[in-house]
Design a protein around this ligand. Structure first.
Ligand SMILES: Cc1cc2nc3c(=O)[nH]c(=O)nc-3n(C[C@H](O)[C@H](O)[C@H](O)COP(=O)(O)O)c2cc1C
Length: 383
Protein backbone atom coordinates (compact mmCIF):
# COMPACT_ATOMS: atom_id res chain seq x y z
CA UNK A 1 0.00 0.00 0.00
CA UNK A 2 1.50 3.33 -1.02
CA UNK A 3 0.80 6.62 0.72
CA UNK A 4 -1.30 7.77 -2.23
CA UNK A 5 -3.43 4.60 -2.13
CA UNK A 6 -3.91 5.15 1.57
CA UNK A 7 -4.97 8.77 1.04
CA UNK A 8 -7.45 7.99 -1.70
CA UNK A 9 -8.90 5.16 0.38
CA UNK A 10 -9.49 7.54 3.24
CA UNK A 11 -11.23 9.94 0.88
CA UNK A 12 -13.62 7.22 -0.31
CA UNK A 13 -16.78 7.94 1.65
CA UNK A 14 -18.96 5.22 0.16
CA UNK A 15 -18.84 2.03 -1.90
CA UNK A 16 -19.35 3.94 -5.15
CA UNK A 17 -16.17 5.93 -4.43
CA UNK A 18 -14.33 2.62 -4.05
CA UNK A 19 -15.81 1.47 -7.34
CA UNK A 20 -14.41 4.58 -9.06
CA UNK A 21 -10.97 3.86 -7.58
CA UNK A 22 -11.23 0.22 -8.67
CA UNK A 23 -11.97 1.31 -12.23
CA UNK A 24 -8.82 3.45 -12.23
CA UNK A 25 -6.55 0.78 -10.81
CA UNK A 26 -7.66 -2.32 -12.68
CA UNK A 27 -7.09 -3.20 -16.31
CA UNK A 28 -10.37 -2.78 -18.12
CA UNK A 29 -10.98 -6.50 -18.64
CA UNK A 30 -10.73 -7.22 -14.90
CA UNK A 31 -12.93 -4.28 -13.96
CA UNK A 32 -15.52 -5.36 -16.51
CA UNK A 33 -15.50 -8.92 -15.19
CA UNK A 34 -16.15 -7.65 -11.67
CA UNK A 35 -18.57 -4.87 -12.49
CA UNK A 36 -20.56 -6.38 -15.33
CA UNK A 37 -23.65 -8.55 -15.62
CA UNK A 38 -25.29 -10.73 -18.23
CA UNK A 39 -26.69 -9.46 -21.55
CA UNK A 40 -28.53 -6.13 -21.15
CA UNK A 41 -27.66 -6.01 -17.43
CA UNK A 42 -31.35 -5.61 -16.60
CA UNK A 43 -31.07 -7.76 -13.50
CA UNK A 44 -27.82 -6.09 -12.49
CA UNK A 45 -29.60 -2.71 -12.48
CA UNK A 46 -32.75 -4.12 -10.94
CA UNK A 47 -30.73 -5.40 -7.99
CA UNK A 48 -30.12 -1.77 -7.05
CA UNK A 49 -33.62 -0.54 -7.94
CA UNK A 50 -35.23 -3.26 -5.87
CA UNK A 51 -33.43 -2.03 -2.73
CA UNK A 52 -33.87 1.64 -3.50
CA UNK A 53 -37.63 1.45 -3.90
CA UNK A 54 -38.02 0.03 -0.36
CA UNK A 55 -38.51 3.12 1.75
CA UNK A 56 -38.38 3.30 5.53
CA UNK A 57 -41.12 4.24 7.98
CA UNK A 58 -38.85 5.31 10.85
CA UNK A 59 -39.88 5.13 14.48
CA UNK A 60 -38.90 7.99 16.81
CA UNK A 61 -38.41 8.66 20.54
CA UNK A 62 -37.01 5.21 21.36
CA UNK A 63 -33.64 5.83 23.11
CA UNK A 64 -31.16 4.61 20.56
CA UNK A 65 -28.12 5.83 22.51
CA UNK A 66 -26.86 2.23 22.87
CA UNK A 67 -26.90 0.26 19.65
CA UNK A 68 -25.79 -3.27 18.89
CA UNK A 69 -25.30 -4.33 15.26
CA UNK A 70 -24.15 -7.85 16.12
CA UNK A 71 -26.24 -10.88 15.28
CA UNK A 72 -26.29 -14.63 14.84
CA UNK A 73 -25.72 -16.10 11.40
CA UNK A 74 -26.44 -19.84 11.21
CA UNK A 75 -26.54 -19.77 14.99
CA UNK A 76 -23.06 -18.34 15.49
CA UNK A 77 -22.07 -14.76 16.32
CA UNK A 78 -21.15 -12.16 13.71
CA UNK A 79 -20.35 -8.49 14.23
CA UNK A 80 -22.88 -7.48 11.58
CA UNK A 81 -25.48 -9.29 9.47
CA UNK A 82 -22.97 -9.38 6.62
CA UNK A 83 -20.91 -12.11 4.93
CA UNK A 84 -18.18 -11.62 2.33
CA UNK A 85 -19.39 -13.76 -0.55
CA UNK A 86 -17.61 -16.08 -2.94
CA UNK A 87 -16.09 -14.18 -5.87
CA UNK A 88 -13.87 -15.63 -8.57
CA UNK A 89 -10.80 -13.63 -9.65
CA UNK A 90 -10.23 -11.79 -6.37
CA UNK A 91 -6.62 -12.72 -7.07
CA UNK A 92 -6.76 -10.45 -10.12
CA UNK A 93 -8.08 -7.48 -8.14
CA UNK A 94 -5.18 -7.33 -5.69
CA UNK A 95 -2.10 -9.32 -4.81
CA UNK A 96 -3.23 -12.46 -2.98
CA UNK A 97 -6.72 -11.04 -3.14
CA UNK A 98 -8.60 -14.06 -1.75
CA UNK A 99 -6.42 -14.04 1.36
CA UNK A 100 -6.88 -10.29 1.73
CA UNK A 101 -10.66 -10.72 1.63
CA UNK A 102 -10.53 -13.56 4.16
CA UNK A 103 -8.30 -11.62 6.54
CA UNK A 104 -10.46 -8.52 6.34
CA UNK A 105 -13.62 -10.56 7.06
CA UNK A 106 -12.01 -12.33 9.99
CA UNK A 107 -10.70 -9.03 11.41
CA UNK A 108 -14.20 -7.56 11.13
CA UNK A 109 -15.81 -10.59 12.82
CA UNK A 110 -17.70 -11.66 9.70
CA UNK A 111 -17.93 -14.95 7.80
CA UNK A 112 -15.99 -15.31 4.55
CA UNK A 113 -16.93 -17.64 1.68
CA UNK A 114 -14.01 -19.03 -0.30
CA UNK A 115 -15.06 -19.81 -3.88
CA UNK A 116 -14.12 -23.02 -5.70
CA UNK A 117 -12.12 -21.08 -8.33
CA UNK A 118 -10.09 -19.10 -5.76
CA UNK A 119 -6.40 -18.47 -6.11
CA UNK A 120 -5.74 -19.24 -2.45
CA UNK A 121 -5.66 -22.83 -1.25
CA UNK A 122 -8.37 -24.01 1.13
CA UNK A 123 -5.87 -24.93 3.86
CA UNK A 124 -3.81 -21.72 3.46
CA UNK A 125 -6.87 -19.56 4.04
CA UNK A 126 -7.70 -21.54 7.19
CA UNK A 127 -4.17 -20.98 8.46
CA UNK A 128 -3.86 -17.30 7.49
CA UNK A 129 -7.34 -16.12 8.40
CA UNK A 130 -8.71 -18.33 11.14
CA UNK A 131 -12.28 -17.23 11.55
CA UNK A 132 -15.72 -18.16 10.25
CA UNK A 133 -14.78 -19.79 6.96
CA UNK A 134 -17.32 -21.15 4.51
CA UNK A 135 -16.52 -23.01 1.30
CA UNK A 136 -18.50 -22.48 -1.91
CA UNK A 137 -18.70 -25.49 -4.17
CA UNK A 138 -19.47 -25.54 -7.84
CA UNK A 139 -20.59 -29.01 -8.80
CA UNK A 140 -18.36 -30.36 -11.53
CA UNK A 141 -19.60 -32.94 -14.01
CA UNK A 142 -16.77 -34.99 -12.57
CA UNK A 143 -18.33 -35.29 -9.11
CA UNK A 144 -15.11 -36.69 -7.62
CA UNK A 145 -13.43 -33.30 -8.10
CA UNK A 146 -16.12 -31.55 -6.05
CA UNK A 147 -16.03 -34.32 -3.43
CA UNK A 148 -12.27 -33.90 -3.07
CA UNK A 149 -12.67 -30.14 -2.59
CA UNK A 150 -15.38 -30.37 0.03
CA UNK A 151 -13.50 -33.09 1.93
CA UNK A 152 -10.52 -30.73 2.01
CA UNK A 153 -12.69 -27.93 3.33
CA UNK A 154 -14.01 -30.25 6.05
CA UNK A 155 -10.47 -31.31 6.98
CA UNK A 156 -9.40 -27.65 7.21
CA UNK A 157 -12.25 -26.93 9.62
CA UNK A 158 -14.54 -24.91 7.37
CA UNK A 159 -17.83 -24.34 9.11
CA UNK A 160 -20.32 -24.15 6.25
CA UNK A 161 -20.64 -25.55 2.75
CA UNK A 162 -22.38 -23.38 0.17
CA UNK A 163 -23.54 -25.23 -2.95
CA UNK A 164 -24.11 -22.86 -5.88
CA UNK A 165 -27.00 -24.05 -8.04
CA UNK A 166 -27.70 -21.16 -10.45
CA UNK A 167 -24.97 -22.01 -12.93
CA UNK A 168 -26.11 -24.85 -15.24
CA UNK A 169 -24.42 -22.84 -18.01
CA UNK A 170 -22.51 -19.58 -17.84
CA UNK A 171 -24.53 -16.39 -18.28
CA UNK A 172 -23.81 -14.37 -21.41
CA UNK A 173 -21.55 -11.65 -20.05
CA UNK A 174 -21.07 -9.48 -23.04
CA UNK A 175 -18.43 -7.18 -21.54
CA UNK A 176 -16.25 -10.27 -21.12
CA UNK A 177 -16.94 -11.45 -24.65
CA UNK A 178 -15.82 -8.07 -25.92
CA UNK A 179 -12.58 -8.08 -23.92
CA UNK A 180 -11.89 -11.66 -24.97
CA UNK A 181 -11.77 -12.96 -21.36
CA UNK A 182 -14.72 -15.20 -22.18
CA UNK A 183 -15.45 -17.65 -23.49
CA UNK A 184 -11.88 -18.73 -24.25
CA UNK A 185 -9.43 -16.19 -22.84
CA UNK A 186 -8.45 -14.97 -26.28
CA UNK A 187 -7.81 -11.35 -25.45
CA UNK A 188 -8.30 -8.70 -28.08
CA UNK A 189 -5.48 -6.31 -28.99
CA UNK A 190 -7.14 -3.33 -27.22
CA UNK A 191 -7.48 -5.50 -24.07
CA UNK A 192 -3.77 -6.39 -24.16
CA UNK A 193 -2.71 -2.80 -24.80
CA UNK A 194 -4.83 -1.67 -21.88
CA UNK A 195 -3.12 -4.22 -19.62
CA UNK A 196 0.25 -2.70 -20.48
CA UNK A 197 -1.09 0.71 -19.47
CA UNK A 198 -1.37 -0.70 -15.93
CA UNK A 199 2.25 -1.47 -15.00
CA UNK A 200 1.59 -1.28 -11.28
CA UNK A 201 -1.09 -3.95 -11.60
CA UNK A 202 1.30 -6.15 -13.56
CA UNK A 203 4.06 -5.62 -10.99
CA UNK A 204 1.93 -6.29 -7.93
CA UNK A 205 -0.88 -8.60 -8.97
CA UNK A 206 0.44 -10.67 -11.85
CA UNK A 207 3.79 -11.35 -10.21
CA UNK A 208 1.86 -13.34 -7.56
CA UNK A 209 0.74 -15.62 -10.44
CA UNK A 210 -2.91 -16.11 -9.47
CA UNK A 211 -4.08 -19.58 -10.47
CA UNK A 212 -7.01 -21.86 -9.66
CA UNK A 213 -5.02 -23.67 -6.99
CA UNK A 214 -7.82 -25.67 -5.38
CA UNK A 215 -9.07 -27.05 -8.64
CA UNK A 216 -5.49 -27.73 -9.72
CA UNK A 217 -4.76 -29.66 -6.53
CA UNK A 218 -7.96 -31.69 -6.95
CA UNK A 219 -7.20 -32.50 -10.59
CA UNK A 220 -3.58 -33.45 -9.99
CA UNK A 221 -0.63 -32.92 -12.33
CA UNK A 222 -1.03 -33.08 -16.11
CA UNK A 223 -4.58 -31.71 -16.15
CA UNK A 224 -4.40 -27.89 -16.24
CA UNK A 225 -7.08 -26.23 -14.13
CA UNK A 226 -7.60 -23.17 -16.37
CA UNK A 227 -9.36 -24.90 -19.28
CA UNK A 228 -11.11 -27.28 -16.90
CA UNK A 229 -12.60 -24.40 -14.91
CA UNK A 230 -13.59 -22.55 -18.07
CA UNK A 231 -15.29 -25.49 -19.76
CA UNK A 232 -16.23 -28.14 -17.23
CA UNK A 233 -16.80 -26.42 -13.96
CA UNK A 234 -20.56 -26.55 -14.07
CA UNK A 235 -22.81 -29.49 -14.56
CA UNK A 236 -26.19 -28.78 -16.16
CA UNK A 237 -27.27 -32.24 -14.97
CA UNK A 238 -27.26 -31.11 -11.31
CA UNK A 239 -30.45 -32.19 -9.46
CA UNK A 240 -31.97 -32.36 -5.99
CA UNK A 241 -30.52 -35.88 -5.62
CA UNK A 242 -27.08 -34.27 -5.61
CA UNK A 243 -28.10 -32.01 -2.75
CA UNK A 244 -29.15 -35.08 -0.77
CA UNK A 245 -25.78 -36.67 -1.50
CA UNK A 246 -23.86 -33.57 -0.39
CA UNK A 247 -25.97 -33.44 2.73
CA UNK A 248 -24.80 -36.94 3.62
CA UNK A 249 -21.16 -36.18 2.86
CA UNK A 250 -20.86 -32.80 4.62
CA UNK A 251 -21.37 -32.87 8.39
CA UNK A 252 -21.28 -29.09 8.96
CA UNK A 253 -23.84 -26.46 8.04
CA UNK A 254 -25.04 -26.45 4.47
CA UNK A 255 -26.62 -23.71 2.32
CA UNK A 256 -27.99 -23.78 -1.22
CA UNK A 257 -27.07 -20.57 -3.10
CA UNK A 258 -28.94 -19.28 -6.11
CA UNK A 259 -32.54 -19.91 -5.05
CA UNK A 260 -35.24 -17.38 -6.04
CA UNK A 261 -38.52 -19.17 -5.22
CA UNK A 262 -40.31 -20.41 -2.11
CA UNK A 263 -40.93 -23.90 -3.51
CA UNK A 264 -37.22 -24.41 -4.21
CA UNK A 265 -36.32 -23.04 -0.77
CA UNK A 266 -38.76 -25.48 0.86
CA UNK A 267 -37.32 -28.37 -1.09
CA UNK A 268 -33.77 -27.47 -0.08
CA UNK A 269 -34.76 -27.37 3.59
CA UNK A 270 -36.69 -30.64 3.28
CA UNK A 271 -33.47 -32.24 2.00
CA UNK A 272 -31.55 -31.07 5.04
CA UNK A 273 -30.12 -27.71 4.01
CA UNK A 274 -29.72 -25.33 6.95
CA UNK A 275 -30.86 -22.49 4.75
CA UNK A 276 -30.72 -20.82 1.38
CA UNK A 277 -28.92 -17.91 -0.20
CA UNK A 278 -31.45 -16.03 -2.29
CA UNK A 279 -29.38 -14.81 -5.21
CA UNK A 280 -29.37 -14.11 -8.92
CA UNK A 281 -25.57 -14.32 -8.88
CA UNK A 282 -25.19 -10.56 -8.91
CA UNK A 283 -27.06 -10.25 -12.22
CA UNK A 284 -24.43 -12.36 -13.97
CA UNK A 285 -26.58 -15.35 -14.94
CA UNK A 286 -30.21 -15.08 -16.09
CA UNK A 287 -30.78 -11.54 -17.30
CA UNK A 288 -34.37 -10.64 -16.45
CA UNK A 289 -34.39 -12.70 -13.25
CA UNK A 290 -36.04 -11.18 -10.20
CA UNK A 291 -33.87 -9.91 -7.37
CA UNK A 292 -33.28 -11.77 -4.14
CA UNK A 293 -34.98 -9.00 -2.20
CA UNK A 294 -38.11 -9.45 -4.39
CA UNK A 295 -38.19 -13.16 -3.50
CA UNK A 296 -37.50 -12.62 0.18
CA UNK A 297 -41.08 -12.04 1.49
CA UNK A 298 -42.47 -15.24 -0.09
CA UNK A 299 -39.46 -17.29 1.03
CA UNK A 300 -39.63 -15.85 4.55
CA UNK A 301 -43.29 -16.92 4.73
CA UNK A 302 -42.36 -20.42 3.58
CA UNK A 303 -39.24 -21.24 5.62
CA UNK A 304 -38.68 -18.29 7.98
CA UNK A 305 -38.12 -19.36 11.58
CA UNK A 306 -37.03 -22.90 10.65
CA UNK A 307 -34.10 -22.21 8.29
CA UNK A 308 -31.68 -19.39 7.56
CA UNK A 309 -32.33 -16.98 4.71
CA UNK A 310 -29.42 -15.02 3.31
CA UNK A 311 -29.86 -12.47 0.55
CA UNK A 312 -27.46 -11.04 -2.00
CA UNK A 313 -27.27 -8.86 -5.08
CA UNK A 314 -26.85 -5.09 -5.10
CA UNK A 315 -25.93 -4.45 -1.47
CA UNK A 316 -24.03 -1.15 -1.55
CA UNK A 317 -25.32 0.66 1.53
CA UNK A 318 -25.89 -0.03 5.19
CA UNK A 319 -29.54 0.73 4.49
CA UNK A 320 -29.67 -2.29 2.15
CA UNK A 321 -28.53 -4.55 4.98
CA UNK A 322 -31.32 -3.13 7.16
CA UNK A 323 -33.92 -3.56 4.40
CA UNK A 324 -33.02 -7.21 3.91
CA UNK A 325 -33.02 -7.97 7.63
CA UNK A 326 -36.32 -6.13 8.09
CA UNK A 327 -37.91 -8.40 5.49
CA UNK A 328 -36.69 -11.58 7.16
CA UNK A 329 -33.09 -12.20 6.05
CA UNK A 330 -30.61 -13.36 8.63
CA UNK A 331 -27.79 -11.58 6.77
CA UNK A 332 -26.68 -10.31 3.38
CA UNK A 333 -23.76 -11.37 1.24
CA UNK A 334 -21.62 -8.68 -0.31
CA UNK A 335 -19.76 -9.47 -3.52
CA UNK A 336 -18.80 -6.38 -5.46
CA UNK A 337 -18.85 -4.02 -2.46
CA UNK A 338 -15.90 -5.97 -1.03
CA UNK A 339 -14.23 -6.47 -4.42
CA UNK A 340 -14.25 -2.74 -5.20
CA UNK A 341 -12.53 -2.17 -1.85
CA UNK A 342 -10.03 -4.93 -2.64
CA UNK A 343 -9.18 -3.44 -6.03
CA UNK A 344 -9.00 0.06 -4.56
CA UNK A 345 -6.54 -0.85 -1.80
CA UNK A 346 -5.97 -4.53 -1.03
CA UNK A 347 -6.83 -5.77 2.46
CA UNK A 348 -7.08 -2.20 3.89
CA UNK A 349 -9.49 -1.46 1.04
CA UNK A 350 -11.75 -4.37 2.00
CA UNK A 351 -11.58 -3.30 5.63
CA UNK A 352 -12.53 0.20 4.56
CA UNK A 353 -15.51 -1.11 2.55
CA UNK A 354 -16.71 -3.12 5.56
CA UNK A 355 -16.20 -0.16 7.90
CA UNK A 356 -18.27 2.08 5.61
CA UNK A 357 -21.10 -0.47 5.54
CA UNK A 358 -20.90 -0.95 9.33
CA UNK A 359 -21.04 2.79 9.95
CA UNK A 360 -24.00 3.25 7.60
CA UNK A 361 -25.84 0.30 9.12
CA UNK A 362 -25.34 1.68 12.62
CA UNK A 363 -26.78 5.02 11.49
CA UNK A 364 -29.81 3.31 9.96
CA UNK A 365 -30.40 1.46 13.23
CA UNK A 366 -30.44 4.79 15.06
CA UNK A 367 -32.45 6.64 12.43
CA UNK A 368 -35.15 3.95 12.32
CA UNK A 369 -35.44 3.83 16.11
CA UNK A 370 -33.79 0.40 16.35
CA UNK A 371 -31.38 -0.44 19.16
CA UNK A 372 -30.48 -3.83 17.73
CA UNK A 373 -30.84 -6.10 14.74
CA UNK A 374 -33.83 -7.76 16.44
CA UNK A 375 -35.70 -4.44 16.26
CA UNK A 376 -35.68 -4.49 12.45
CA UNK A 377 -39.01 -5.79 11.15
CA UNK A 378 -41.27 -5.46 8.11
CA UNK A 379 -43.30 -2.66 9.70
CA UNK A 380 -40.24 -0.41 9.19
CA UNK A 381 -40.68 -0.56 5.43
CA UNK A 382 -43.29 0.74 3.05
CA UNK A 383 -43.38 -2.09 0.54
C1 LIG B 1 -16.60 -11.00 -9.95
C2 LIG B 1 -17.59 -11.95 -9.36
C3 LIG B 1 -17.29 -13.29 -9.25
C4 LIG B 1 -18.19 -14.18 -8.68
N1 LIG B 1 -17.84 -15.50 -8.52
C5 LIG B 1 -18.70 -16.34 -7.88
C6 LIG B 1 -18.30 -17.69 -7.60
O1 LIG B 1 -17.20 -18.12 -7.89
N2 LIG B 1 -19.21 -18.49 -6.97
C7 LIG B 1 -20.45 -18.04 -6.60
O2 LIG B 1 -21.23 -18.80 -6.02
N3 LIG B 1 -20.83 -16.77 -6.85
C8 LIG B 1 -19.98 -15.92 -7.46
N4 LIG B 1 -20.36 -14.62 -7.68
C9 LIG B 1 -21.65 -14.15 -7.16
C10 LIG B 1 -21.47 -13.62 -5.72
O3 LIG B 1 -21.19 -14.65 -4.81
C11 LIG B 1 -22.75 -12.90 -5.25
O4 LIG B 1 -23.86 -13.73 -5.45
C12 LIG B 1 -22.95 -11.57 -5.97
O5 LIG B 1 -21.72 -10.93 -6.19
C13 LIG B 1 -23.86 -10.65 -5.17
O6 LIG B 1 -24.08 -9.45 -5.84
P1 LIG B 1 -23.23 -8.10 -5.57
O7 LIG B 1 -21.94 -8.28 -6.27
O8 LIG B 1 -24.08 -7.05 -6.18
O9 LIG B 1 -23.05 -7.97 -4.07
C14 LIG B 1 -19.46 -13.71 -8.24
C15 LIG B 1 -19.76 -12.36 -8.36
C16 LIG B 1 -18.85 -11.47 -8.89
C17 LIG B 1 -19.19 -10.01 -8.95
Amino acid sequence: MTASTDGSLRRAVNIEDLRVLARKRLPRFVFDFVDGGAEDELTLRHNRDAFERLRFRPRVMRDVSQRDASTLILGLPAALPVIIGPVTLAGYCARHGDLAMARAATAAGLPFVLPTPSSAAIADVAREAPGRLWFQAYVFAERAVTDTLIDRAAAAGYETLVITCDFPVAGKRERDWRSGLLPKQQFTLPTLLDVFLHPRWIATVMTARPEFVNVQQALGPGRPAGPFVAQKMFDPALTWDDLGRFRERWKGRLLLKGVLRADDAERAVALGADGVVLSNHGGRQLDGAISAIDALPEVARAIGGRASIIVDGGVRRGADIARAVALGAEAVIVGRAALYGLAAGGEPGVRHALALLADEFDRVLALTGSASVADLGPDLLMT
